[in-house]
Ligand binder design. Sequence first.
Ligand code: UD1
Length: 433
Amino acid sequence: MDKLVIKGGRQLSGTVAVSGSKNTALALMAASLLPASGKTVISRVPDLRDVHTLSNLLRIIGARVEFEKNTLTISASNISHTEAPYELVKQMRASIYVLGPLLGRFGKARVSLPGGCAWGPRPVDLHLKAMQALGASIDIEDGYVVAKAKRKRLTGAKIDFPISSVGATGNALMAAVLAKGTTKIKNAALEPEITALADMLMKMGAKISGIGTTELEIEGVEELYAVRETNICDRIEAGTLLCAAAITKGDITLVDVNPNDFKAVLKKFQQAGCEIKYTETAVSLKSPKALRPTNVEAKPFPKFPTDMQAQWTALMTQANGTSKITDHIYADRFKHVPELNRLGANIEVKGNSAIVKGVQKLSGTKVMSTDLRASASLILGGLVASGTTEVLRIYHLDRGYEKIEQKLRALGANIKREQYDEFAQPKLEKEEA
Ligand code: UD1
């Protein structure tokens, strides 16, 4: 297994390019199942485990998928199965994204239920209700969702989401673009991933109005066409790199980014005392002498993202006072807290909030990643901790951060990847005579 070994205490400085968005790439890949002929070409796709998992799923379904130099070429003209097996879905919940396009194009799909995740249950009821609204029958058989459209084609409908869901909005959109008639989606998610997906679907020939608002109207079409698309920036990677700069009292510039995709995060850095400057494609951050404690509340876009909550918690361990970090999307997403506390942080979880008492001197030790963003928060802790921090089980990290250690090293961090044996017997330190 791989671990990251970090010697903390170095200030980060310099310029770094942000990769393409993982979550958007997954949605665009699922949409590439919709055209019956041609090749969909998606550039700026990050080279990440989740992208490879979905590529494998598309191959199993019968698509031809090539990945070279961050560009994916997908041909979905010969789809032979409409089934997403458990073995792949369990590796990545976003596999549920194939439900909408398969049902929309073929009128049927069999997709394994994803189950829970490290920080609790993550239901897919809204995805299923949206498919039912569009006229599909849904049965759960042997842990699989078996969906069938009446007369092989979905029909336009009104879908009113009780809560904002990125995945369910994306799935509903991909199902509705080939449905017969008009679909109206109320309370659609506003995340940049959804706007990017809707933009690509429009290029493919879909008819969607209201993009960028919570009310989408889709006029179903008979056919969609393969297109070339460029993925958007990874706003979560961008925010994480800014946290790395701020936690080390550094000064960095991000390029290839769209600051509009993470304005709420930039605002929080300003409140914390960081100097933020941005253009259309770059953001720079200059650290203050001391960070101010800054509360955040993770909510759907355009508010502060839940995927930045763990990193912000790590950052606030270095603030001059107490901060409250509340997650309104995933109430239990605090698995990083006990590990940050092992580094010497003083964080208490109360309900869906983490109370962080700042200005801690963190000191390096071994810590364990439990999920993707928790891993990022532990790296941040390691960057500022004295001595050596080892972040174990970083396979979680490899799901979502492209070349993170190379990027941090280029900014001046002392961080390297090493292999280790998870089950090796520990060596006890010698007692003094
Ligand atoms: C996406 C992101 C994930 C991010 C999350 C919230 C991808 C691949 N993943 O996940 O990184 O943390 O958005 O921004 O893009 N919910 C239900 N029923 C459903 C679906 C969702 O109750 O059928 C709830 C969830 O438990 C959660 C809330 O809705 O409380 C929002 O989740 P959602 O936006 O759907 O998250 P994902 O699309 O799974």
